[in-house]
Design a protein around this ligand. Structure first.
Ligand code: NDP
Ligand code: GDR
Length: 346
């Protein structure tokens, strides 16, 4: 049997690392792409112990470059392409809307055009997002819920989502769009709210930071565990028919509740006082304020409530989220305490 070959764009990111781990464990040859920077960092692949795996080939690539997308597909001979690369931070997309559109939107089109040109039998996964639901039109959100993105990031992802559907319908390309709700892990970037919280509490515990500053504490998210979500991506490309699927836990929790959960996990006795910009979190054990609201973290437009229903993925793919938010939060808190004790800084 010939060895299956997959191409993963964005291998230095959270999902890229977990997907690499999964596909290598299934015997794939994996081409993982990273961007040229002055200091490339493979810490996530290293944490998972796969950075040096003989079946992993790391290749330099920028998805804003159409020509290199075509050459990459020819060179790798991949039969499955997972497009995980993106400018993925919603907050930054308000400051850099053009860059976000180029990478997150046009980048997907480059890959679809490359597939159309090189080999239309390549199976394609597009990393779509619950951010496309934005100002939600129904609760919970499913594959058919109307979209209403609330950020340049959400708009760019919607463009990429519809292109994936369009190339499926126009050219018969096996293009799947996974509408994934927030998924977190100890490998999450520190700019995202969950990891910012767990890393900050670890630092406060060790005397490296005084206060955790946050924006909107009322936003509600459906948070799952990233390692389980990449398995859903793989299942989509293994299905008989290309389709669009929601992956979610079907539980929604406000940011404030995640803060309380993480504080408890780190050993604080947190109580919230005040409201709006004056809300603070006080550790009853020390009497110190360890959480504060800073309006600089507010966004020009917010996504208030996300909760997904992944029944279709369960029915068609046998996929289901099983890790609870409490387990996930504890895993992240413990990893960040361990890292901060050892001087780790990513
Ligand atoms: P990360 O931000 O951790 O990773 C993004 C990856 O994209 C990084 O490897 C980054 O490289 C790479 N990248 C950025 N710009 C370019 C470019 N111009 N050319 C090539 N590569 C580039 O994201 P996640 O792993 O969390 O998410 C994976 C995908 O899933 C993203 O597309 C995201 O938008 C989407 N998504 C994520 C969800 C989540 O909750 N995590 C939910 C729904 C969708 P570098 O390391 O150099 O920055
Ligand atoms: P999100 O994740 O925007 O949902 O996008 P993020 O963790 O950045 O924000 C979640 C919610 O927390 C609120 N918030 C803060 N967010 C950050 N980053 N920093 C803060 O200090 C802070 N305070 C409050 C935000 O306003 C928001 O409501 C993530 C990304 O991974 C996307 O790529 C992905 O598509 C979606 O999840 C699903």
């Amino acid at each position: 049997m010939t060895q299956p070959t997959a191409l993963i764009t964005g291998v230095t990111g959270q999902d890229g690392a977990y997907l690499t781990e999964l596909l290598l464990s299934k015997g794939y040859k994996v081409y993982g792409t990273y961007r040229r920077t002055s200091s490339v960092n493979f810490w996530r692949l290293q944490e998972l112990g796969v950075a040096e795996h003989p079946n992993l080939h790391l290749v330099e690539y920028d998805l804003t470059d159409l020509g290199s997308s075509i050459r990459l597909l020819i060179k790798s001979g991949a039969t499955e392409v997972y497009n995980l690369a993106a400018q993925s931070f919603v907050g930054v997309s308000f400051d850099q809307p053009m860059t976000t559109a180029d990478i997150t939107g046009m980048g997907c089109l480059h890959l679809l055009e490359a597939i159309r040109t090189v080999n239309t039998d390549i199976r394609f996964y597009q990393a779509s997002t619950s951010e496309m639901f934005g100002h939600v039109q129904a609760v919970p959100q499913v594959e058919t819920t109307p979209f209403y993105p609330r950020s340049p990031y959400g708009v760019a992802k919607l463009f990429a989502h519809w292109l994936t559907v369009n190339y499926r319908e126009s050219y018969g390309i096996f293009g799947c769009s996974g509408i994934l709700f927030n998924h977190e892990s100890p490998l999450r970037g520190r700019e995202f709210v969950t990891r910012k919280i767990t890393d900050s509490f670890a630092k406060i515990l060790l005397g490296k930071l005084d206060v955790l500053e946050l924006g909107n504490l009322d936003a509600r998210r459906d948070w799952g565990f990233a390692r389980e979500y990449v398995d859903g991506m793989w299942r989509m490309l293994k299905a008989d028919v290309a389709d669009t699927y929601v992956l979610a836990t079907n539980r929604t929790v406000p940011v404030r509740e995640f803060v309380a959960m993480a504080a408890k996990g780190a050993g604080f006795d947190l109580v919230f006082e005040g409201s709006g910009e004056n809300e603070v979190g006080i550790d009853r054990k020390s009497g110190k304020t360890i959480v504060r609201v800073n309006p600089k973290f507010y966004r020009p437009a917010e996504v208030d409530l996300l909760i997904g229903d992944a029944s279709k993925a369960k029915r068609d793919l046998g996929w289901e989220a099983t890790t609870t938010l409490e387990q996930l939060c504890q895993m992240m808190v413990e990893a960040d305490i361990r890292r901060n004790q050892s001087g780790f800084s990513f």
